[in-house]
Design a protein around this ligand. Structure first.
Ligand code: PGA
Length: 239
C-alpha cells in the first residue's frame, strides 16, 4: 500500500501569534495547493488560533509540539490533548529537545502518545537512539493514527544532516520493530519521517529512499523554503 508522504514543519519556539499569522498568510496558497503530500504545521501553542484562522479553507493541517499525558486537572502550565484536539489533529511526542532540555523519558513519551491517541490526535512519535520503548504498548486498534520520526540528535539544528543511507537504515530498523510489536501490515502502513537539518537542497535525496515517508523540518520550516521542501516530498511519491 502506498504511504502518503508528510511534510511537517516544527516551528519550535518561534513566531508569536502576529508573526505566525502573517507567515501563514504568505504560505497558505503555495502550501495549500500541494497535492500528493500531507502538510502539517506545528506552531507554538499560543499561535495556533492565528495560524488556523489564516489557513482556513485549505487542507493544511495543524498540530501541537507537545502535550500533557493527563486529561485535565491541577497541572499548571500543561495543556491536555483533548484541548489541543479542539483546534488541531496532530501532536509531536518526544522531540529530542523535550528529552534533553525538559527531562522527558521514554515512558513519558509513550504515555503522551497514548493520551494523544485517547483524545483522537495523531501523534508523530520521535525516536532516536533507543528505538523501542516509545512505540511499545500503544493500542493496536489506534496504531494506524501514529507516525514515527527518526531524528538523530546530532543532526538537529546543526546543518549536518544524516546521510540517506543512515536515515534509511534507521527507519528500516524502526519499521522492523513496529512489525515485531504490531505486525507487518501496520509496519507497512506507518509513515516514518526523517528529521534533522532537512533543507530544500537535501530533501529530494532522502525521498529517494522508499523507506522515508517525508520530513520533520525545524529551521527550514520558518522560511518560504518550506514550500520547496513540501513540493519535493510530494513530487517524490507522485513520480
Ligand atoms: P532542524 O530541526 O530541521 O532545525 O534540524 C529538526 C527538528 O528538530 O525536528
Amino acid at each position: 500500500m502506498a504511504r502518503r508522504p508528510i511534510a511537517a514543519g516544527n516551528w519550535k519556539m518561534n513566531f508569536g501569534p502576529r508573526q505566525a499569522g502573517d507567515f501563514a498568510r504568505v504560505m497558505r496558497d503555495p502550501l495549500g495547493a500541494m497535492a500528493g503530500a500531507e502538510v502539517v504545521l506545528f506552531p507554538p501553542l499560543i499561535s495556533i488560533p492565528a495560524v488556523r484562522e489564516a489557513l482556513g479553507g485549505t487542507t493544511i493541517q495543524l498540530g501541537a509540539q507537545n502535550c500533557s499525558d493527563q486529561v485535565g486537572g491541577a497541572f499548571t502550565g500543561e495543556v491536555a490533548p483533548g484541548m489541543i484536539k479542539e483546534l488541531c489533529n496532530w501532536v509531536i511526542a518526544g522531540h529530542s529537545e523535550r528529552r534533553a532540555l525538559f527531562g522527558e523519558t521514554d515512558d513519558m513519551v509513550r504515555r503522551k502518545a497514548l493520551a494523544a491517541l485517547g483524545a483522537g490526535l495523531r501523534p508523530i512519535v520521535c525516536v532516536g537512539e533507543r528505538l523501542d520503548q516509545r512505540l511499545a504498548d500503544l493500542p493496536p486498534e489506534q496504531i494506524d493514527r501514529v507516525a514515527g520520526a527518526y531524528e538523530p540528535v546530532w543532526a538537529i539544528g546543526t546543518g549536518r544532516a544524516a546521510t540517506r543511507q543512515d536515515a534509511e537504515d534507521a527507519v528500516a530498523l524502526i519499521r522492523a520493530l513496529v512489525a515485531e510489536m504490531y505486525g507487518l501490515p501496520v509496519a507497512g502502513a506507518m509513515r516514518i519521517l526523517y528529521g534533522g537539518s532537512v533543507t530544500a537542497a537535501n530533501i529530494a535525496d532522502f525521498m529517494l529512499s522508499p523507506q522515508i515517508d517525508g520530513g520533520l523540518v525545524g529551521g527550514a520550516s520558518l522560511k518560504p523554503e518550506f514550500v520547496d521542501i513540501a513540493r519535493a516530498i510530494a513530487a517524490a511519491r507522485q513520480a
